[in-house]
Design a protein around this ligand. Structure first.
Ligand code: NDP
Length: 260
């Protein structure tokens, strides 16, 4: 076999990326568009997905970008976004579950409202989108889902107390395995990426703090934070036909943090 036979190109593919107006989601959308794929940017109204789409069109010549306002924690909004996209665009063949929030609080102090909100966005949102966007994939017997979990779904990070985040992300890892097993015979692969500390607005508050230097960087064999682009490459691999024999896997991209 000579070269990579174009397996890392996405020409003719249609990706839905949730939370794609900024951060890791934006980097995924940009890489997909630069590799020939069409992208639907889904995000909250306040995140201004239209502005992100304009930026993507500026950065990537001839990029095909659509937008839909969608709060992934609302099943109705997820269904409405899928129906609107199908009417304009047809069936999406790839879903990237990226939207997520972070919240720190000691377990004994965390309010029930914050617990529920975290689980609803970071775990239920992944299920809602997978079920809704996965249905037409199952019908066509072809499709692919990649969710952004976290190394926090595999280990307990420190020093920040983030019980609800950890639990939600651990749920994404098991949801990935469960959906993969159910849907493999029907042509849909389901995988996840578990990033370590990545430089985005989610982690910005910690940049420059002693805790970041001592725990985060000190605990990372590669000695630095990752970039959104480095996570986008991991996602692109799992979404590509180069990963056609990979399903139910959570690919850890953490600079080695979970080794120690
Ligand atoms: P950002 O906060 O930079 O971007 C997240 C995006 O998701 C924002 O556009 C945000 O909108 C949007 N969003 C938030 N809630 C919802 C919702 N209910 N419905 C739809 N969109 C929503 O975060 P990152 O890029 O850092 O994180 C992306 C994913 O990666 C998350 O799942 C996160 O948990 C995960 N991750 C991040 C790590 C990191 O170190 N950064 C490490 C491990 C995992 P708005 O701007 O309006 O809030």
């Amino acid at each position: 076999m000579a070269g990579n036979n174009g397996v890392f190109r996405f020409d003719g593919r249609k990706f839905v990326v949730t939370g794609a107006a900024r951060g890791i989601g934006y980097a995924i959308a940009r890489l997909v568009a630069a590799s020939g794929g069409a992208v639907a940017v889904l995000d909250l109204e306040g995140a201004n997905p239209e502005a992100a789409a304009s930026e993507l069109r500026r950065e990537v010549e001839n990029a095909e970008i659509l937008t839909e306002i969608c709060d992934v924690s609302s099943y109705d909004q997820v269904r409405a976004a899928r129906d609107a996209l199908e009417a304009r665009w047809g069936r999406a063949d790839t879903l990237i579950n990226n939207a997520g929030i972070a919240y720190n609080a000691p377990a004994e102090e965390m309010s029930v409202e914050e617990w529920d909100r975290m689980l609803k966005i970071n775990l239920s949102g992944v299920f809602y989108c997978s079920q809704v966007f996965g249905a037409p994939m199952l019908q066509e017997r072809s499709g692919c889902i990649v969710s952004i979990a976290s190394m926090s779904g595999l280990i307990v990070n420190r020093p920040q107390p983030q019980v609800a985040y950890n639990v939600a992300k651990a749920g994404v890892v098991m949801l990935t395995k469960s959906l993969a097993a159910e849907w493999a015979p029907r042509g849909v692969r389901v995988n996840a990426v578990a990033p370590g500390y990545i430089s985005t607005s989610l982690t910005r508050a910690w940049v420059g703090t002693d805790a970041m230097r001592d725990y985060w960087l000190g605990g990372t064999p590669l000695g630095r934070m990752g970039t959104p682009e480095e996570i986008a490459y991991a996602v692109a691999f799992l979404a590509s036909s180069g990963a056609s024999f990979v399903t139910g896997e959570t690919l850890v991209a953490d600079g080695g943090y979970t080794l120690w």
